[in-house]
Design a binder for this molecule. Structure first.
Ligand SMILES: C[S@@+](CC[C@H](N)C(=O)[O-])C[C@H]1O[C@@H](n2cnc3c(N)ncnc32)[C@H](O)[C@@H]1O
Length: 210
């Protein structure tokens, strides 16, 4: 048996007709949260984000969006290192967003925190220069929808940074096993840099990296 997606689903918004395997409405949002590990959070803030900014040579300034920003560990670090003109984090978890708000406030980081689905974002076309995803697309259903949304909200020459499959397997071996991003089903993004743990994709309209 298959269930039809309700009219308000992101698939409809993206102009697709499709049906989902039965699993009910809850299936659409199925997502198993990760535990809150302070050691892992510290490592992300002090080590991983600074290293990826350097390894990929990310540009300063510009409008930055983090998909699945969760508790907002990366946001103050991105603000400090990249001096964005606009910084936005989106997540489906209200409690995580509350924590992110407190963390941003403690660090005096100006950020817009949105409660929403990465697969159907309340954000204008071509409104960001850099989108970062620290693994969210690996762990949600229909990740191609989130990536199409990323391609939509990125300005020409915009960059998507994602953690690679290697990174996912190292951090969450059991949970990531067999999971892949269906890049072939996503148009508008092309891989431009690969640095083992992180990759940068650019919008195909205009390459940001030489
Ligand atoms: C792998 S965690 C990453 C959290 C944080 N960015 C970090 O690096 O610690 C994935 C995050 O994505 C959020 N999430 C799951 N499904 C989502 C969706 N469809 N749209 C937006 N956020 C989602 C979860 O609530 C969680 O905070």
């Amino acid at each position: 048996m298959r269930a039809t997606i309700p009219p308000t689903s992101p698939l409809d918004r993206l102009g697709e007709t499709a049906s989902l395997p039965v699993g009910t409405a809850g299936h659409w949002h199925a997502y198993r949260p990760f535990p809150n590990l302070p050691g892992r959070n510290d490592r992300q803030g002090t080590l991983e984000v600074p290293l990826l900014v350097r390894a990929l040579g990310l540009p300063r300034g510009g409008r930055i969006l983090e998909l699945g920003c969760g508790r907002g560990i990366a946001l103050p670090v991105l603000h400090r290192l990249l001096h964005p003109t606009r910084l936005v984090g989106i997540d489906m978890d209200v409690r995580a967003l509350t924590e992110a708000r407190e963390r941003a406030s403690a660090a005096a980081t100006p950020v817009e925190l949105l409660h929403g689905d990465a697969r159907c974002m309340p954000l204008a076309d071509r409104s960001f220069d850099l989108v970062l995803d620290f693994g969210t697309c690996y762990h949600i259903s229909y990740p191609e929808l989130a990536l199409r949304e990323v391609a939509r909200v990125l300005a020409p020459g915009g960059i998507l940074v994602e953690e690679t499959r290697i990174s996912q397997l190292l951090s969450h071996p059991l949970r990531s096993f067999g999971r892949r991003i269906p890049w072939r089903r996503v148009s508008g993004l092309r891989r431009a840099r690969w640095r083992v743990l992180w990759s940068a994709y650019v919008t195909t309209a205009e390459l940001a990296f030489g």
